[in-house]
Design a protein around this ligand. Structure first.
Ligand code: FMN
Length: 385
């Protein structure tokens, strides 16, 4: 777990920094807070001391080198909320209080989450400063669009705590996948019988979305093609929606050449009704549905693999898990396959096996799918790249 220096400056969104400290602590990080003097008018340092379990700072007090020692202590310096004023001072190299001076002396990763009125945010001087910061390697977590406290609509709302936490996860990891493009399919397809009924399955999309997050954390550019999902969408990842297996097939074929790595995690229906009735089928004594085969996307990708890495998934009965997965890996010309027992579908916990084409097998077991996804991504990096 990491040592995080959290800077807070005076924005009305400062109350979200309190939740942020709590969440960072819950994850196991050590947190120290440094406040701009003006922000103490909004929330006192006492609140941050209580939430972080560490001393919070506004002034140097009895350590004249605090502006050096705090950044030196930290693995990551995050300023959230970052007022437009503090953001602009950091761009110009101004150190007129403890917070801005810490930003000046900090050598590692600096991450700013600005918040402010839409006109303040759009101001050309501010936009120029943001561009300059990004060019210098500072991570700027863009504010969100929506109704602002000042009753105006537009971009300026502090990024959600969830998004900021995802960026913390991103910032704390190495980037061996920089320059790599990963395409992941996720969720369940729906094969419509009539206008309101369909054949589908239990896939929630949780493991696929978790893989998307983990691939991004390690530096990859990620696109997700998602069928129906109930899991929360990953932040900062492009998501392309499809409904049926045929649509999934078309999108994958369209995007496969873009990708260096294709991860076929979606639970695509093997069959679809040969015809979709327009409107709603009336109740009748007996109804026979004729099903036809959907295209085998994974097989087709395996047949035209070129230099792409291809990762498949197999959902199998526990007793034949390994045997069936290995057979699928070979038949479909995959680089690796993740074999899941039936219980994995729709569940929070995870247990499965990651099998490589050269024969190595790894047990993946974790209390949640995000942890399992990260373990899978780390192994893929180690063994295939
Ligand atoms: C109620 C209130 C809300 C404010 N909200 C914001 C804000 O969301 N973003 C911002 O950049 N400035 C906001 N300001 C203005 C800043 O507080 C002001 O620019 C201040 O000088 C920033 O100081 P600091 O960057 O040292 O914290 C707000 C001011 C007040 C009084």
């Amino acid at each position: 777990m990491a040592k995080i220096l959290l800077g807070v400056s005076s924005s009305i969104a400062i109350y979200k920094a309190c939740e942020l400290v709590r969440e960072l602590k819950k994850t196991g990080h050590e947190v120290k807070v440094v406040l701009s003097p003006f922000s103490e008018r909004f929330v006192s340092k006492l609140t941050f001391q209580a939430l972080s379990g560490s001393k919070a700072y506004v002034e140097w007090e009895d350590d004249p080198l605090l502006h050096i020692n705090l950044p030196r202590w930290s693995d990551l310096f995050l300023i959230a909320p970052c007022s437009i004023n503090t953001l602009s001072k950091i761009t110009l190299g101004i150190g007129d209080n403890l917070l801005t001076t810490c930003a000046l002396s900090h050598k590692g990763t600096l991450m700013l989450a600005p918040a402010g009125n839409v006109e303040m945010y759009k101001n050309p001087a501010v936009q120029r400063n943001i561009k300059e910061l990004k060019d210098r390697g500072v991570i700027v977590i863009e504010p969100e669009e929506g109704k602002l406290l000042c009753e105006e609509e537009g971009q300026g709302r502090l990024a959600s705590v969830e998004r900021i936490l995802d960026w913390v996860d991103y910032a704390l990891r190495p980037k061996p996948l920089e320059g790599k493009r990963v395409l992941i399919t996720v969720g369940a397809t729906r094969e419509f019988i009539d206008g309101v009924r369909f054949i589908s399955n239990l896939s929630s999309g949780l493991l696929g979305y978790s893989l998307a997050r983990a691939f991004r954390w390690y530096g990859a550019q990620v696109k997700v093609i998602a069928g129906f999902t109930t899991a929360k969408e990953p932040p900062e990842v492009e998501i392309i929606r499809v409904v049926s297996g045929m649509e999934m097939y078309q999108k994958v074929m369209e995007l496969k050449d873009w990708a260096h790595i294709v991860v076929m995690n979606a639970a695509v229906a093997d069959y679809r009704p040969s015809e979709t009735y327009i409107g709603k089928l009336k109740k009748q004594e007996k109804l026979t549905l004729e099903l036809v085969k959907n295209p085998d996307i994974l097989q087709e990708l395996g047949n035209s693999k070129e230099k792409r890495l291809l990762i498949g998934f197999a959902l199998e009965e526990e007793k034949d898990l390994l045997k069936n997965a290995v057979e699928k890996l070979q038949r479909k010309n995959l680089d690796a396959i993740v074999a899941n027992p039936l219980q994995a579908m729709g569940s929070q916990e995870y247990y499965g096996k990651l099998i490589f084409k050269h024969g190595e097998v790894f047990e993946i077991r974790a209390e949640d799918k995000l942890k399992s996804a990260e373990a899978i991504v780390k192994l893929l990096i180690k063994k295939l790249l």
